[in-house]
Design a protein around this ligand. Structure first.
Ligand SMILES: C[S@@+](CC[C@H](N)C(=O)[O-])C[C@H]1O[C@@H](n2cnc3c(N)ncnc32)[C@H](O)[C@@H]1O
Length: 253
């Protein structure tokens, strides 16, 4: 089902590719259309990852929230419906045009790459940052976590979700769990191959403590009950194997 790129192939990946990892796939109109449609009702996002990640957020009413790696805007829409002022950021034009179709001009929409500094945001501009299923496309977390720490106010919440590293390790045992490794995976539901990074679980806690975030909560989600009847096979997998993982941290000092 999945294959890890060999070390030799890894070395052939240029810095510019690393900074734009998987942008090609996320810019493909057909993939984006299908992704936007599927995540509204599917098991993995709508009945598993999204409810879990959202459950970590405190009340967002009246809060200034950054949706970092917003994709087609499912989180942006939820945040707006729950009374937040939302800035939606992504490196894919195609994704951002979906956000605009979904919420019009209710959100501030910004095209930017999370591998770069976010100089256009002021210090402590946001009360909350949400970043779902995005940070595993970044090879080096220092820039993004430093920037998150700069642009979030003191005591502001950072909530994010990732592939569970144990899931990636289940499918890529030939690698070294303790290294950050580039993985290439088939996504059969979309007919594409996606590249992303797997890193050890402890890297999350390391980067949080290096960037002034205090760890608050880790969630290894279970699918909603509704998933059992709608998608029984996926329910059985997601309720017995780690797949995605969600974190909440708070900016100290
Ligand atoms: C799996 S999708 C998740 C979308 C959305 N957060 C959700 O959960 O529905 C990952 C998103 O991250 C964006 N992305 C990946 N790497 C990025 C980068 N370096 N800078 C900004 N956005 C990035 C992709 O374009 C895509 O929209």
């Amino acid at each position: 089902m999945c294959s890890k790129l060999s070390n030799k192939e890894n070395k052939l990946i240029k810095n510019s590719d690393i900074k734009n990892l998987s942008l090609e796939v996320y810019s493909d109109p057909e993939f984006v259309r299908s992704y936007a449609e599927k995540i509204e009702y599917n098991a993995h996002n709508s009945l598993y990852e999204r409810p879990a990640t959202l459950s970590l957020l405190s009340n967002v009413k009246g809060k200034n929230v950054l949706d970092a790696g917003c994709g087609p805007g499912a989180y942006t829409e939820w945040l707006l419906e729950n009374g937040a002022m939302v800035t939606s950021l992504d490196y894919s034009e195609e994704m951002l045009s979906r956000v605009k179709m979904k919420v019009g001009n209710k959100a501030r929409v910004i095209r930017a790459n999370l591998n770069n500094t976010l100089d256009f945001f002021k210090d402590e501009e946001f009360d909350t940052i949400v970043s779902s299923m995005t940070l595993h496309y970044l090879s080096d977390w220092r820039v993004v976590f430093n920037e998150f720490s700069r642009i979030i106010r003191k005591n502001g919440e950072l909530v994010f979700s990732l592939h569970h590293p144990f899931m990636d390790y289940q499918f890529h045992r030939e690698g070294n769990y303790y290294e950050t490794e580039l993985i290439e995976d088939d996504w059969p539901a979309y007919g594409i191959r996606m590249k992303f990074y797997r890193r050890p679980l402890s890297d999350v806690f390391k980067i949080l403590s290096e960037t002034e975030f205090g760890f608050e909560e880790l969630l290894e989600p279970l699918p909603l009950e509704e998933c059992r009847t709608k998608f029984p096979d996926t329910y059985s997998t997601l309720s017995t194997r780690p797949w995605f993982i969600c974190f909440k941290a708070v900016r100290k000092n």
